[in-house]
Design a protein around this ligand. Structure first.
Ligand code: NAD
Length: 415
């Protein structure tokens, strides 16, 4: 799923480019690259058909010098430990880019959620949390939703953690509102993707967002909300692909109608009557201005990058671009706004949820979005400044900013 180079190697290669610019010593590189703690657990589950199945789960805590480690929990059938390491380290850099007081972690339960009943998924989530709860908690490691997990999953996480540790909603973010979730958390990542798209397209590239053609891979939490905000900003979403199929319409898809269709059809855009169906594998060849990968990692490769027609790529997904593809996109002068900036809205509002839980206060959606925008625009400008200073890519600029912050915190705390 991650191509010939594994995801951790590929993230570390990006890390090295930034480390070179900062002239970081080998010792420091090793320290900052190496995950702090890695846990593998086995979860035996009695399935509804009576059989016993053993599932595997991982939690990697990458770095916690700037605060409790924070990261998503994902259900996925073939994510490796190295993939989880890579995603955990990206979270360290992401929280540092937006300057929120968290480190980076990531977790995965190896399973295909489409083949499990809600009861089986609940049992699996509870087993996983019960096995790793000793390293979780509001001051240690905070779980949030990710690929294939949602507010319901986070409710199970909170409940299971609470069995041993008492009621502590700040141990998990992305919870339902009824259980201390935050207004705006669900839409936060998509909102941030839309904000970064607006900034990059209008301010950096000097173009008009009205009528700009957007192509999307993934129409879940990130892609769906991202499409909604971009549609509201006047962009035209002309093609969307997901696991079930793909639809396109040159004049722009009716996004509210497409969202309603997906809600009624197990989350997929397939079968949408307001557009023409096409093969999702042809997504990369579609004509458009802005491409937003918002599904899996490793999809922009040396094979797909040359096919891209857009002049801006905004990474909604984590690690969608391989280093080989990055090189091709740079040569082709396609601007890439990296994941650790573009999709940091989710981490930012997770931080707001944590703050609200700890202080027993609640902010409304307008307050949340206003605070999110302030943080993201600040980070966007700070990355832009690094890009100017070092004449580097936006990915390297974001990593330089993050590495500096993590290195400094490490130095102040000591070893
Ligand atoms: P989701 O499960 O809500 O949606 C995933 C979408 O991707 C679905 O539309 C699915 O059909 C599609 N998809 C899955 N496999 C695909 C394939 N092989 N080809 C085409 N489409 C495919 O997940 P999400 O929360 O929207 O996360 C999407 C990405 O964004 C992930 O990389 C995740 O790590 C990243 N991310 C999510 C958040 C968040 O707050 N949810 C925050 C930061 C980054």
């Amino acid at each position: 799923m991650t191509g010939p180079m594994n995801l951790f190697e590929s993230v570390n290669r990006q890390f090295d480019e930034a480390a070179d610019l900062l002239d970081l010593s080998q010792e420091l590189r090793e320290l900052l690259r190496t995950p702090y703690r890695e846990i593998t657990v086995a979860m035996p589950i009695r399935m509804e058909d009576g059989t016993l199945k053993v599932f595997k789960g991982y939690r990697v805590q990458h770095n916690g010098v700037r605060g409790p480690q924070k990261g998503g929990l994902r259900f996925h059938p073939d994510l490796s430990l190295d993939d989880v390491r890579a995603l955990a380290s990206l979270n360290t850099w992401k929280t540092a880019v937006v300057n929120i007081p968290f480190g980076g972690a990531k977790g995965c339960i190896q399973c295909d959620p489409s083949k499990l009943s809600p009861h089986e998924l609940e049992m699996l989530t509870r087993r996983y949390i019960s096995k790793i709860s000793m390293v979780l908690g509001p001051t240690r490691d905070i779980i949030s939703p990710d690929l294939n997990t949602n507010a319901q999953t986070m409710a199970w996480v909170m409940d299971e953690y609470g069995r041993k540790n008492g009621h502590q909603p700040a141990c998990v973010t992305g919870k339902p509102l009824e259980l201390g979730g935050s207004q705006g958390r669900e839409a936060a990542t998509g909102k941030g993707v839309a904000l970064c798209t607006r900034e990059a397209w209008t301010r950096v590239l000097g173009r008009d967002l009205k009528g700009a053609r957007v192509i999307l891979q993934g129409f879940g939490n990130v892609g769906g909300h991202g499409a909604r905000f971009l549609h509201e900003l006047g962009a035209r979403v002309v093609a969307v692909a997901d696991l079930g199929g793909a639809v396109r319409r040159t004049e722009g898809l009716d996004i509210p109608a497409l969202l309603a269709h997906a809600r009624q059809n197990r989350g997929t855009v397939a079968g949408f009557p307001g557009g023409e169906a096409f093969d999702p594998a042809d997504l990369w060849d579609q004509a458009g201005d802005i491409l937003i990968p918002a599904a899996l990692g490793g999809v922009l490769t040396e094979a797909t990058a040359p096919r891209v027609k857009a002049s801006l790529i905004v990474e909604g997904a984590n690690a969608p671009t391989t280093p080989g593809a990055d090189r091709i996109l740079r040569e082709r002068d396609i601007l890439v706004i990296p994941d650790i900036l573009a999709n940091a809205g989710g981490a930012t509002v997770s931080y707001f949820e944590w703050v609200q839980n700890l202080q027993h206060v609640f902010w409304n959606e307008a307050e949340i979005f206003e605070k999110e925008e302030k943080i993201l625009l600040q980070a966007f400008r700070e990355v832009e400044e690094q890009v100017r200073r070092h004449r580097c890519s936006w990915r390297t600029g974001a990593l330089v900013l993050a590495l500096e912050r993590v290195r400094k915190a490490n130095e102040l705390r000591g070893w």
